[in-house]
Each structure stands twice: as C-alpha cells, then as structure tokens.
Design a binder for this molecule. Structure first.
Ligand SMILES: *Cc1c(COP(=O)(O)O)cnc(C)c1O
Length: 367
C-alpha cells in the first residue's frame, strides 16, 4: 500500500472532509433499485433544492463536475453555444463543446477580469445562440463573476438556456438559481460542499428539458434528458449504478450544512476570504480585480518571486498544502482555498506558518 502523508488541504478541491462524513461512505451498501435508494435520492433532492434556492429537478452523476458540464453543453444546444470565459475552466467548456461537435463560439476576457453583462448582451444580440455557459467562480484566476448582472441580461433572451459552472462556489456562496433564471447549475462534490471527489450535481429546468428534446445526439452516460426522464419515471432512481456511498455522505453532509444555516455558511466563507485577501494585499498582491475576488479561493500574485513548489515543500513539513497557479499562471500566482468546512482558525494557522517562513527567509526565491 502507498504511504500517504497526512496534509491539511488548502487547495481548491479536493478539500478537507470531516471524519463523520468520511465514515458515512463506509456504510453497508443498498440496492440501487430499492425503495431505500429512492428515499435516499428524494431526501438529497429536497435538501439540494434548498441549497440552490430552486424548485427545478436535481440530477446526480457519478463523475466529477466536468461530466455534467460536458453533458449540459451537448444535451441542450440546438443552434449554437456562446461560451464565456475568464480562465481555464471557461476554456474547458469550449473544448468540450468542440469535442462533441456542438457549434460554439468563445468569448474571452483577460485573466483576472470578470465577465460583464454588456459582453453577454453584445454576443446574444446577434441571435445566433440558444445556450450560454458562464463560469461562476473561475478557480484558476480567483474571480467570481457577477451572476445577477449577467442574469439580468439573460432575462431579455428567454429562448436561451443559461448554464452555470458553480463547481467552486455552490455551497460557499448564495446562488439563488430560480431568481437568477439559471437552467442548469452544476457543481462537484469535492469543493464547497465538502465531500470526497466522485459525484457531480446539477439543477435542471423545464426549459432545459424542452431544449434537450430537440437535440438528437445527446450521448448516453451524460445525457441529461436521459437522467431526468429516468428519474421521473422510476421514483428518483438513475439509469446507471450511482455511487451510493457518496450519496450516503451527501445526505448526511446536506443535513449538517442546513444545520449550520446557509447564511452562516456563506458568511463563514466571506470572513475567511476577507482574511486571506487582506493577508495577500499586505504581503503580495491580489491577482483578480479586487471587487471580483472570490469568496472561496484567493489567487495571489507571486510578487516576491517565491519558489511555490519550495513553499509547498516547507508547508508540507508541518502538514499543510496550498496550490500553485493553474496552467499558464503557474509560479506567477499561487492559490489558497477557503471552502467547504474550513474555519477561520484553520486559515489563521496556515497564514501564520507562511508568515514565519517569510520572515525567517525559509523559502527559496527564484533568481
Ligand atoms: C474544479 C473545477 C471544475 C472541474 O471539476 P471536476 O469536478 O474536477 O471535474 C470545473 N470548474 C470549476 C470552476 C472548478 O473549480
């Protein structure tokens, strides 16, 4: 067996998972066609509807979040998709569209900047598009896009399906799905929800159902309409064997999330973010425009030219790990996640260790 050193994860997924939630994953299994499986999913749906502020149907997939992202753009685009990107995860959605022969155009802003309402309006005004994808919280740049402003624009285009990648924000920030008119809101288990990776969840509107009915080739495993219809017909069950172990853990974790109180949970994320942002500005600089800095992950400009791998080696000695910059931002930035069940005290603990390393000259600097 591989020996793995225990390190506390300050990376934007996977995150720390509480011991009692991990324990739920070791429960004895049940049949996925049993009444218990239906009851399990019914409970999960009802609590996820609360977390997403929606009455739309909830769908789960035994995959990471990218599975449902690919499924959404493939299953629901009839004409052409407008993909808005402010970083690596926006680009991923465009690659998925192309790889599935979905007609799509990419609209990009420079890294560190948000996607604005005007940009979306300008693209939609040409009338070519019937589906829009937005990355709510761009984990690679630490930007949270202004969903309300974008949602306001989309209200003027009722024929367009509104897809949101909320993978690194749902559960850490309020996303009022119905109020915002989001048709497909997607997240993963291993970020703000606080579970191990392996499960992806989304809301699916009636409008999205109708759009998918018009699409002939939706694939099979990530056919969102297929998942939806099966679930309706078969009492909250799924066409393929889902990860029941994740579902046990999700069921229990949703109870704790609701017990914490959604507003308390969102406030805790905000407080952690403000603390890390303040620290970043005191010691380095924020990578994103400050006004759009994410409440769940802070992307920090490496203004001191630190060796980030070296920093992580030092942190590893005390049992912590943070993230290097993503893709082309590697070493130019580094990231500290503050999501899931992380507490402000834990964040303070991490920052004081880094402070000590910085003041003792314990981190190698690039020449
Ligand atoms: C992590 C992440 C993804 C990818 O999710 P997986 O669960 O790894 O497939 C997509 N979008 C954003 C914004 C993310 O943070």
């Amino acid at each position: 067996m591989v020996e793995v050193m225990r390190k506390k994860l300050f990376i934007p997924g996977p995150i720390e998972v509480k011991a009692d939630v991990l324990k739920e994953m070791s429960r004895p299994l049940i049949g996925h066609r049993s009444k218990e499986a239906s009851d399990l999913q019914r409970g999960i749906s009802s609590n996820l509807q609360k977390l997403m502020y929606t009455n739309n149907e909830i769908l789960l997939s035994t995959s990471s979040g990218s599975g449902l992202m690919e499924g959404a753009v493939r299953s629901c685009t009839n004409k052409r998709a407008a993909i808005f990107s402010c970083g690596a995860f926006g680009e991923r959605w465009y690659d998925m569209a192309l790889a599935n022969q979905v007609r799509a155009d990419l609209f990009e802003v420079e890294y560190g900047n948000p996607i604005g309402g005007q940009m979306v309006k300008k693209a939609l005004d040409c009338g070519k598009y019937d589906l829009v994808t937005i990355t709510h919280n761009e984990t690679s740049t630490g930007v949270m896009n202004p969903l309300p402003e974008i949602a306001d624009v989309l209200r003027g285009y009722p024929e367009v399906i509104f897809c949101v990648d909320a993978v690194s924000s749902l559960g850490g920030v309020k996303i009022a799905v119905d109020e915002l008119g989001i048709d497909i809101c997607i997240t993963s288990s291993q970020k703000c929800i606080g579970l191990p990776p392996g499960l992806s969840l989304c809301s699916f509107s009636q409008k999205a159902v109708e759009a998918a009915r018009g699409v002939k080739y939706r694939g099979v495993y990530f056919d969102l309409l297929g998942l939806y219809e099966y679930k309706i017909k078969r009492d909250f069950q799924y066409p393929f064997t889902p990860s029941l172990s994740h579902m046990f853990a999700l069921d229990s974790q949703l109870d704790s999330i609701i017990k914490e109180g959604l507003d308390n949970r969102f406030r805790r994320h905000k407080m952690m973010a403000e603390r890390v942002q303040r620290w970043a500005k005191d010691n380095f600089a924020l990578f994103p425009q400050e006004q759009f800095a994410s409440p769940t992950v802070t992307c920090i400009k490496n203004t001191r030219n630190l060796n980030i791998a070296g920093l992580n080696r030092e942190l590893g000695e005390v049992g912590f790990v943070i993230s290097n910059g993503y893709g082309k931002l590697e070493n130019k930035t580094f990231r500290i996640a503050h999501m899931g069940d992380m507490t402000l005290e834990e964040i303070e603990g991490l920052l004081s260790v880094i402070d000590n390393l910085l003041s003792s000259g314990g981190i190698q600097i690039y020449a």
